[in-house]
Write a protein that binds this ligand. Structure first.
Ligand SMILES: NC(=O)c1ccc[n+]([C@@H]2O[C@H](COP(=O)([O-])OP(=O)(O)OC[C@H]3O[C@@H](n4cnc5c(N)ncnc54)[C@H](O)[C@@H]3O)[C@@H](O)[C@H]2O)c1
Length: 359
């Protein structure tokens, strides 16, 4: 697998990209709304599918597209160019393998899978089929993250030496995602994975990982809190922290708060997307404005904007025959940090993460 590998099923001759969506549950509503917003950028929803017939029909009828309760039937009947898989992770492998067998490009929600073996199987299946294969890892597409990355890449703070990436909320995530109460792996796999991806995005690959987990809410089967320490290849150190059990007010859900120090400055991302930037002794402030969405739920707006920006990036990549920045191959190195964090917490030792090298 290589980033220069031609993607066999990329878009033909500027025609609209015909998109089929699988899984019409809670979070898919954001994907559906985002695809609506992107239809003038060349992405057209042509069908939806959910094994729950009621959900499939509701989503299909709302958008005036055919609906299916069987993914194979949707693929055979409509042969979309691109399939967006928004089911829970347990269904990802079989659906990815199915879509790849049809030679169709695909996007799959995070986490890619419940375990590394399934992640590798999906990487192999999509590489064999030479199809576009992206993970919907969306935190790095939040406009404030894009702006911070731009500041780092333009040398505003010199060489990044330290980062703290913090998601500490008390918002009841279990109300809309009750399955999070019973998953055997908790906050690290659900939200820590986004933060670990941001750590790679800002500071590069990781040489070792230390971690502590806590289970503060007795209703939850696994950890709801994690504190993870990363040493990067660049020598930078990052603290990644997440909890669903913070009692701090105001609750900053769904915002990630960040500080990054470099040898010539620092960037602090505060609540409300307020950036305080110090560069070579001078301080400036700016607020990153989020686009207004007519479908936004104010409690989830930052997350919904991220879905729109992620879909936009993935659609553009597909239409220009380029691998996504968050390809399955790239995402394996984020997933490896998840596995390393669990192992480090369990054993109380520093763990060297697995590394996926393309080629
Ligand atoms: N910020 C984020 O990026 C974010 C936030 C929330 C959820 N998510 C992710 O979104 C994904 C979906 O989560 P959700 O909360 O919407 O789950 P959900 O259970 O509400 O919806 C999943 C839907 O998929 C359907 N489904 C399952 N297997 C299927 C199959 N084989 N064929 C067709 N339909 C099938 C189910 O019937 C269900 O309607 C998860 O991977 C979750 O981690 C991401």
């Amino acid at each position: 697998m290589s980033s220069s590998t031609a993607i066999a099923n990329a878009n033909k001759s500027g025609a609209p990209t015909r998109i089929g969506l699988i899984g019409c549950g809670f979070y898919a509503q954001n994907h559906l709304n985002a695809w609506d917003d992107l239809k003038h950028e060349g992405g057209v929803l042509v069908a939806v599918c959910d094994s729950d017939q009621g959900r499939a029909q509701a989503a299909g009828d709302a958008r005036g597209v055919p609906w299916f309760s069987d993914a194979e039937k949707m693929l055979s009947a409509l042969q979309p160019d691109l399939v967006d898989i928004v089911t829970q992770m347990n269904a990802h492998r079989s659906l990815v393998e199915l879509v790849a067998r049809h030679g169709i490009g695909l996007i799959v929600q995070k986490p890619l899978a419940p375990n590394w073996e399934d992640c590798l199987a999906m990487a192999a299946a999509t590489a064999r089929a030479k199809v576009f294969a992206a993970v919907h890892e969306n935190f790095r597409y939040q406009p404030q993250m894009t702006r911070m990355k731009e500041l780092i890449d333009t040398n505003t703070i010199g060489k990044a030496t330290f980062a703290r990436i913090s998601f500490r909320i008390g918002f009841d995530v279990y109300a809309s995602q009750p399955y999070l109460l019973t998953e055997p792996r908790g906050a690290i796999l659900d939200v820590g994975i986004h933060l670990l991806d941001l750590a790679r995005f800002f500071c590069g690959e990781v040489v070792h990982v230390l971690a502590e987990t806590q289970r503060r809410n007795p209703r939850v089967a696994a950890e709801d809190t994690a504190t993870i320490l990363l040493r990067h290849e660049s020598t930078a150190v990052t603290v990644v922290e997440c909890t669903y059990e913070s009692r701090r007010l105001p609750d900053t859900f769904p915002e990630t708060l960040i500080e990054i120090e470099g040898d010539e400055g620092a960037i602090h991302l505060h609540a409300g997307n307020r950036l305080v930037i110090t560069s070579r002794g001078a301080m400036t402030e700016e607020t990153v404005e989020l686009p207004s969405l007519d479908w936004a739920d104010p409690r989830w707006r930052a997350s919904q904007v991220a879905v729109l920006e992620t879909n936009r990036h993935l659609l553009r990549s597909f239409r220009t025959s380029r691998p996504a920045d968050t390809s399955i191959a790239d995402n394996l190195n984020t997933y490896a940090l998840v596995d390393a964090s669990y192992l480090a917490a369990e054993r109380g030792v520093a763990v060297v993460p697995k590394r996926w090298v393309e080629g």
